[in-house]
Design a protein around this ligand. Structure first.
Ligand code: DON
Length: 325
């Protein structure tokens, strides 16, 4: 980092100027009072609508954070690109995509629907993520108990985040599992259609999915994960090669087409960047070869995306030419 600084070789050379823009965009979005905090479980409903944080980590490790960036939130659907990345890395894309498709569903994230092959449409919606969890549980180191698998996945996520420790919210986990009629319906529907690998333990696989949704991180940590994805799978903080470039390409492609719920097409059109949102109000945004961003603000629009997060992205695309096209 220091050598690059002396040579002025940073990917964003005028980082201080960039920070000024980020601050302006942050304050502009802060006054946005649109949206409603997710309320399908009481633990999420308690989140404060006021919370708003933005963290940036460039591929050469320059970092900036503003707002509530150290307050923990559960990963929720932001875990989906991470479990998918891990499955690609350990099992390879051919195995993973024998079981799950690569097509936007055009429907809600938890809708009871499979594609024309009777597979889940993609790994970024609930059905696909439950399936990816079954692959990780059943095919990758099948000898591991559920407890060992939990540790194994958590430490993989942590490596994506420069070895920052992740947390786990047991109250959210327990109530996710209690309030999971739709997810169980999806799970059983896929079992009916023989979507899982042989020997899948259905209950364990569902629990594993709820556990992944209930892991905790904050903006600061998640921006490093996004930066690892922006940097071809090499974590900019530790320089560890966590993902192969082909895994990163697959993850980013599906974040681009399927990461923002049923707004993904519009987001790809307007913002043109791979991103993934979750019901806790978090958003992972990747500017390939430049930086990773995490925004967090709990109030969601009717499609489930964070209102302030979306405003931040719109604003950023007006100021910088990050849109892929
Ligand atoms: O499984 C669920 O429905 C929630 N735990 C997570 C939903 C979420 O963030 C939306 N996903 N695409």
């Amino acid at each position: 980092l220091i050598t690059r600084a002396f040579r002025s070789q940073f990917v964003i050379p005028d980082f201080q100027d960039f920070i000024k823009d980020v601050e302006e965009m942050y304050w502009a979005a802060k006054s946005n009072s649109d949206g409603k905090v997710a309320s399908y479980i009481p633990q999420l409903a308690r989140a404060s609508a006021e919370n708003w944080g933005v963290s940036v980590c460039t591929i050469d490790g320059q970092r900036f954070s503003i707002g509530d960036v150290n307050v923990p939130f559960t990963l929720q659907s932001c875990s989906k690109p991470l479990t998918y990345a891990m499955a690609l890395e350990t099992l390879g894309p051919d195995v993973v995509h024998k079981y799950v498709g690569t097509e936007p569903s055009g429907r809600n994230f938890n809708e009871l629907v499979l594609d024309y092959n009777m597979k889940p449409h993609n790994p970024m919606i609930n059905a696909g993520a439950i399936l990816v969890c079954s692959l990780l549980k059943t095919l990758d180191r099948p000898e591991m108990t559920l407890a060992e698998k939990f540790d194994y996945v958590m430490s993989f996520f942590s490596r994506l985040a420069g070895n920052e420790p992740l947390g786990f919210n047991n109250a959210v986990f327990l109530s996710e599992r209690e309030a999971a009629d739709r997810n169980y319906a999806l799970g059983f529907y896929m079992r009916e259609h023989k979507c899982y690998p042989e020997k899948t333990n259905f209950r364990e696989c569902m629990d594993f999915y709820f556990q992944c949704c209930s892991m905790e991180a904050n903006c600061d940590i998640m921006s490093i994960m996004a930066a690892t994805l922006a940097n071809g799978g090499i974590c900019p903080i530790t320089d560890e090669k966590v993902l192969r470039p082909d895994s990163v390409r697959n993850v980013l492609s599906l974040m681009h087409s399927c990461g923002m719920y049923d707004y993904s097409g519009q987001f790809a059109f307007k913002v043109g960047l791979p991103a993934k949102s979750g019901v806790s109000g978090a958003m992972l945004i990747v500017v390939p070869n430049v930086m990773g961003i995490c925004t967090w603000s709990p109030p969601l629009d009717p499609l489930g995306n964070s209102c302030r997060g979306l405003q931040f992205c719109d604003d950023m695309i007006k100021r910088f030419n990050f849109h892929k096209y």
